[in-house]
Design a protein around this ligand. Sequence first.
Ligand code: GRF
Length: 192
Amino acid sequence: MSLSLGVMASGRGSNFLAVQKEIESGSLDAHVSLLISDRSSAPALELAKDRGVPAQHIPYNAKDRAAFETQAADAFAEAGCELILLAGFMRILTPVFITRFDNRILNIHPSLLPSFKGLHPQQQALEAGVKFSGCTVHLVNAELDAGPIVTQAVVPVFKGDDEESLAARILEQEHRIYPEAIRILAAALAVP
Ligand code: GRF
């Protein structure tokens, strides 16, 4: 049966779009039941609406994170979401949200975790002088960028790279492995 996905996005939404396109092409047996953004101006909201995916802005107040997280978790639960995808969601989630979807939240991060957690991982990779970097899809737990890894892709780092060129090379692989990670997890969830 088609897996019901919830998506959280703060910005551009290219990872959401990559997943949505796999769904539309029939190669991913899932549907996005709801996309939530903490930013009213996030292009991801428009992308979702353009493709007929229900989308909602929930205002984020850093002084009351629990309010946002409870509202988002309630909305995903009401929409019947079985798996939540963080797709460029730029807030750190607390146990208020995480415990509602235990082991059912995926995040994509543009580095080979456990290297280069947190912000600007591509710049961190350049500064470290590594020859390879990449991206990781992992389950979300209470520790930042530290949950169990589902899948990764490796990309080379070239001498003339800057943050932008490396980010673009990694992003291409993100769009490939996020749908792949969903398939892996869907198969695991289907096992009784
Ligand atoms: C991606 O690089 C993702 O790995 C990171 O934020 C970026 C979001 O891009 N967490 P998009 O909004 O999916 O285009």
